[in-house]
Design a protein around this ligand. Structure first.
Ligand code: PGA
Length: 254
């Protein structure tokens, strides 16, 4: 499969960190460090930081994303934010199905599918997260788990819409634990995801699909992970909160 067809995407996931003022300061610090990147650079930030982040990133090569969105356009969903609201703000990216949403906030494959639908309808680009728990890896069902997550999430997504989907493979046991998947493990599952998408949409679409790895990717291990034939970028948690570390990862993808 031809890696040259795909432009790598390095996306930060700030999770529940940074006030708007801190967001602005961190982006100002990052801008000069990533300005020559030969890859897409995205920062997904808390809802309350979106405006400050977009203002700080304006005119630079940093794009801003949200970390979640609801499936309904509007309505009685206290505390939620719709894809339409993100669109109205001019936010281009959204993470959907992150394992922390699945683990702590009752997200299921079905609600992930609904959120993907809403995000695509609003014109957003989706970073769709899939990944197995440690117990599932130990049972030898990693590939089945990520294939099922991928297939359900993409239910109803057209070939044209698939161009606005990035898939992030994030083994749950590697997130925030300092335990990274080996480069070979990451590549193996990323490849399986690409094969699965190929079965659904054909080889061309699969060749063009950006599949990221996420889970304790950092300045030290990024180069080896990103050199893998099926690893087209990263979804970076902890290391995206440090300008120097994040810029090293961006450099490794460029
Ligand atoms: P981490 O998080 O890089 O801190 O492991 C990755 C993620 O959850 O997206």
């Amino acid at each position: 499969m031809n890696k040259a067809l795909r432009r790598p995407v390095i996306a930060g996931n700030w999770k529940m960190n940074q006030t708007p003022a801190e967001a602005k300061a961190l982006i100002e610090e990052m801008k000069p460090l990533v300005k020559d990147a030969d890859c897409e650079v995205v920062l997904c930030v808390p809802f309350v930081d979106l405006q400050a982040a977009m203002d700080a990133a304006a005119g630079s090569n940093i794009r801003i994303g949200a970390e979640n969105c609801h499936w309904a356009q509007k309505g009685a969903f206290t505390g939620e934010v719709s894809a339409e609201m993100l669109k109205a703000m001019g936010v281009p990216y959204v993470i959907i199905g992150h394992s922390e949403r699945r683990q702590y906030f009752g997200e299921t494959d079905q609600t992930v599918q609904m959120r993907v639908r809403a995000a695509l309808d609003a014109g957003l680009t989706v970073i769709l997260c899939v990944g197995e728990y440690l117990q599932q890896r130990e049972q030898g069902i990693t590939e089945e788990v990520v294939r099922l997550q991928t297939k359900i999430a993409l239910g109803g997504v057209s070939a044209e819409e698939l161009k606005r989907i990035i898939i992030a493979y994030e083994p749950v046991w590697a997130i925030g634990t300092g335990k990274t998947a080996t480069a070979a493990q990451a590549n193996e599952v990323n490849h399986a995801i690409r094969v699965c998408v190929g079965e659904l949409y054909g080889k061309d679409a699969a060749d063009r699909l950006v599949v990221q790895y996420g889970g304790s990717m950092n300045a030290g291990n990024a180069k080896e992970l990103l050199a893998q034939p099926d690893v087209d970028g990263g979804l970076i948690g902890g290391a995206s909160l440090k300008a120097a570390d994040f810029s090293v990862i961006v450099g490794a993808a460029s």
